[in-house]
Write a protein that binds this ligand. Sequence first.
Ligand code: 7TS
Length: 414
Amino acid sequence: MTTLTAPFDLQKVREDFPLLTTPFHGKPLHYLDSAVSGQMPKPVVERMAHYAQFEHTNVHRGVSTLSQEATDRYEEAREKVRRFLNAGSLKEIIWTRGTTESLNLVAQAWGRVNVLGGDEILLSAMEHHANIVPWQLLAQEKGATIKVLPITDQGEILLDAIEELVTERTKVLGLTHVSNVLGTVNPVKDIIARAKAKNPNLVAVIDGAQAVPHLRPDVQDLGADFYAFSGHKLSGPTGIGALYGKQALLEAMPPWHGGGNMILSVAWEKTTFIGLPGKFEAGTPPIAAAIGLGAALDYMEALGWEKVQAYEHALLEYATERLSALPGLRIIGTAPGKASVISFVLEGVHPHDAGSILDHEGIVVRAGHHCAQPLMKRMNVPATTRASFAYFNTTDDVDALVDAVKKTLEIFHG
Ligand code: 7TS
C-alpha cells in the first residue's frame, strides 16, 4: 500500500466533501466518477445557500438595490470565467446550461448561417455525442457532410490526417480538449494551427467539458474560436456552463433563444437586440448556479491548478500501474500525458456487470458507452468501465478499486 503526499492539505480538502465519509452499502464510499460530475465542496454549496437566503431576486431587472447587487454578483462570476479561460473580453463569455447547450448554440446560431450545402464538418473520432449530434442535425438540414479525424489504437489523433481531411469546404473543426473515455489530452493548439494553415476560414469549436476539471485552458493561446464547458465538471453546480466565442464571430451571429432580457426594443413590426453577451441570454438565468460556479473557480484557484494537476497525475500513475498488473484487465486509452481518467475492460466480464459489483463494494464508477458510441466502435469494445480521479481522491480509493476489480475477476473466473 502506497500513500501519496498531496501538495495541499488533503485532509482539510476532504472535509469539504461530507459524501466521502458517508457509508455506502454499509461500506466506505470511493467516489471515482468525477468525469460524470464533480462533487461540490462546502464553500460552493454555502455560497449558493447564502445567495438563496439573503441575496436572491432576479438580475438585470429594475433599479432595486437588491436586484443591482444580485446582478453584480452574477456578473462578477462571469468575470471569474473570463479570467479562468483568459478570454479578452466579458462580451465573449456567454452563460449557458452547460457544454451541450454551448455546442448547440454554436451549431445553431453560427452554423445555420455559415454552413451551406456541400460544406464539410470535421470531427475527431473521440468526440462525445454532445459534439457530434448538434453537427449531424445541422448537416442534415443543410446538406453538409461530416468527416472524421482518425485516432490511433492508443487514443491519439493522427495529426498527419489533418492536412488530408481539411479542404476548402471545411467550415468547422470540432474537437474535444480531453477525451472523457480515453483521458487523452489533445494537442489542441497544434491541431487548430495545422487545420487553419490549410483553411484559415474554418472555425475551431473546442469541447472543454473534461479539460476544465484538470487544467486551465487559455483560449487565446489555443487559438480556439469557440470553447464550451460545464460548471458541474469542475466542482460547481449543474445547470450552468459557459461558451467562449471570439467577439467578431459572436457579433455576427443572430440570437438563438428569443425572449426577455435579450432585447433592446420589441414592437410588432420589428424587434432589436442588445449587444454581447446578453444577446444570447434570453430569460431568467440560473443565478445561484452562476455564483456557485464562480465560487468553484475561487476554490480551485486557492488549491492551485498546478498542484491539482500534479497530484492527479501521481494518482493516475499509481492507479495505472496497479490496474495494469491485473491479468485480464486491459486499459482503453494509453496516450502519454493523459488526464486522470482510466477506462478499462475485463476479459469475459461485461462492463455493466463489473460496474454493478464495484457499486456494491462502495466504488462509484461509470460503466457504459460514456456517450461516445462511435469511439466505442473505433476501439472495438461494446462499453468500458471508467474510473476518474479528482484532487480529493487518495491512494486508498485506488487500492479499494483494485481490490474490487480483483473480486470481480474472481467471481467470473474463479
Ligand atoms: N463533452 C464531453 C467531453 C463530456 O465528457 C460531456 C459529459 C459533455 C460534453 C456533456 O456535458 P454536459 O454537462 O452538457 O452534459 N460527459 C459525461 C461523461 O463522460 N459521463 O457522464 C457525462
